[in-house]
Design a protein around this ligand. Structure first.
Ligand code: ADP
Ligand code: GLC
Length: 476
């Protein structure tokens, strides 16, 4: 029997994307389909989502959903089977899904995402299972729990525990939850309301996006105040590594590249490197081209990369950075590009096509994350022969095989991992990468091994399907 699952999420590729969450949410339906799971995605009706909606049909009208009028509209959008929460008062605005054009979070985010949760619980009640992603959707699990009228099981996936969705206690009466919900094992969180916490407390299973991160969040250093809850529920916590959409990310057919290639035609990457040099204002050259495609934040260790640009250039490396984020880090990279014209190029902004070109043309991608639940850019890098130089944490540690002597000898190596996210630690890793780049056969081995590794959704899709089935059969 086909299992009907509602995936509730605040972004999904190709409809709206600010990061890896969208890639995962957009890929999950196809990942689960082979295992007899039909996954429908409930997503807010932001303008680009409304625009993409086809074959739509109103399935429910709320006169008052947490204070606003709303409709649930079923249809197809961007190739996904969706139910859109059409609530113009909440979602018809400029800016991004979470913040206005000034970069500041919308002040009514609590209402915007509590409404998503409320609708999520209502829709999920008629399905076999709820799967909610991150704090923006987590309230769906809490509403299901406190509704008490259905027994629909729920999974909450943590893509990033650093975003707790915490709001002042004053919002509680507007959430429409019973009074008893405002308690330590309910939605209360450090005196306020914690959306992620509420969901994690309510969920029948908690997953996160790599086995290593699943272990790490049991500890205060990574648990960000939720480690106690995670530890208390440890028998319900699972790490399932993300896959990638191998149709969207395929160097042999990628329309964003100047030249397509596979592991037998790696020389064609040179044409992409040339195109990347032009796009980033770099001089044509044979020196290794490192890149970063990232939110420019502390989490991603981008401050550390900015701090070692001088060393990188002194070693003979070049750098292309694509990203947006914290003003100071943006400024540091922009200043580096001015300091090293032709050797360092920076594009402050979000550009899907350029992100593909860098993976297909740069020699290596630098990912010095302080923590990384899974990380997708290393997976894209591996598939594109763009060698990752990454911190040994979370999903990076799970998906990259460090090029130590033994791994090189056995041909298992795929990248460079380092332990200490400091300028010294990163510089040493960059030196190792430079050394290997100078030994062509070794570099080619690394590239080919990465490109041959299976990062498709097949295994992880199966793991989610198994988890869903155990929950539905009450055998967990
Ligand atoms: P996170 O979700 O924490 O930002 P991930 O590595 O999981 O990190 O996913 C990041 C996603 O966003 C990848 O698909 C990456 O290519 C994309 N991305 C990040 N920054 C940019 C950018 N400036 N332009 C285009 N794509 C970007
Ligand atoms: C989050 C994490 C990232 C992960 C992504 C998708 O944004 O920061 O590590 O890959 O979610 O799960």
């Amino acid at each position: 029997m086909t299992l009907k699952v509602l995936s509730v999420v605040s972004e999904a590729y190709p409809l709206i994307k600010t990061g890896g969450l969208a890639d995962v949410a957009g890929a999950l339906p196809a990942a689960l389909a082979p295992y007899d799971v039909r996954l429908t995605t409930l997503i807010p009706g932001y303008p680009p989502v409304m625009k993409a909606l086809e074959k739509s049909q109103t399935v429910h009208h709320y006169k008052d959903l947490l204070g606003v009028e709303a409709h649930l509209v079923g249809g197809i959008a961007g190739g996904l089977e969706v139910i859109v929460l059409d609530a113009p008062a909440l979602y018809t605005r400029g800016g991004g899904p979470y913040a206005g054009p000034d970069g500041k979070d919308w002040p009514d985010n609590w209402r915007r995402f509590a409404a998503l949760g409320r609708a999520g619980a209502d829709v999920a009640a008629a399905t076999d299972l709820l799967h909610a992603h991150d704090w923006q959707a987590a309230m769906a699990a809490a509403y299901l729990r406190f509704d008490k009228k259905t027994a629909t099981p729920s999974v909450v996936t943590i893509h990033n525990i650093a975003f707790p969705g915490r709001f002042p206690a004053e919002i509680f009466p507007s959430l429409g939850l019973p009074l008893e919900a405002f308690s330590i094992d309910g939605v209360e969180y450090f005196g306020g309301v914690g959306f992620l916490k509420s969901g994690l407390q309510a969920a029948d299973a908690i997953t996160t996006v790599s086995p290593t991160y699943a272990e790490q969040i049991h500890e205060p250093e990574f648990g960000m105040g939720l480690d106690g809850l995670i530890a208390a529920r440890r028998d319900r916590v699972f790490g399932i590594v993300n896959g990638i959409d191998t149709a969207v990310w395929n160097p042999a057919s990628d329309q964003n590249l100047a030249a397509v290639y596979d592991d037998g035609t790696l020389r064609a990457r040179e044409e992409n490197r040339r195109a990347a040099e032009v796009a980033f204002g770099l001089s044509e050259g044979e020196e290794p081209l490192f890149c970063a495609v990232s939110r420019l934040t502390q989490q991603k260790g981008m401050d550390v990369l900015a701090a070692v640009v001088d060393e990188l250039v002194a070693m003979g490396g070049r750098l292309a950075v694509l990203g947006t984020g914290e003003a100071e880090i943006e400024a540091a990279f922009t200043a580096a590009a001015v300091r090293y014209p032709g050797a360092v190029g920076v594009r402050i902004g979000y550009d899907e096509a350029l992100s593909h070109l860098l993976q297909g043309g740069a020699d290596a991608i630098v990912i010095p994350s302080r923590f990384e639940p899974c990380g997708l850019t290393q997976l894209y890098g591996l598939r594109y022969g763009c060698i990752p130089v990454a911190a040994r944490t979370g999903g990076l540690a799970d998906t990259i095989v460090d090029a130590n002597e033994a791994a090189l000898a056995s041909g298992a190596a795929t990248g460079f991992l380092f332990d200490s996210v400091t300028p010294e630690g990163l510089t040493r890793a960059l030196q190792r990468a430079m050394g290997a780049f100078g030994r062509r056969e070794i570099w080619r081995c690394l590239q080919k091994r990465g490109m041959k590794t299976d990062f498709s959704w097949a295994r992880s899709g199966q793991r989610y399907a198994e988890l869903y089935k155990r929950l539905v059969n009450k055998s967990l």
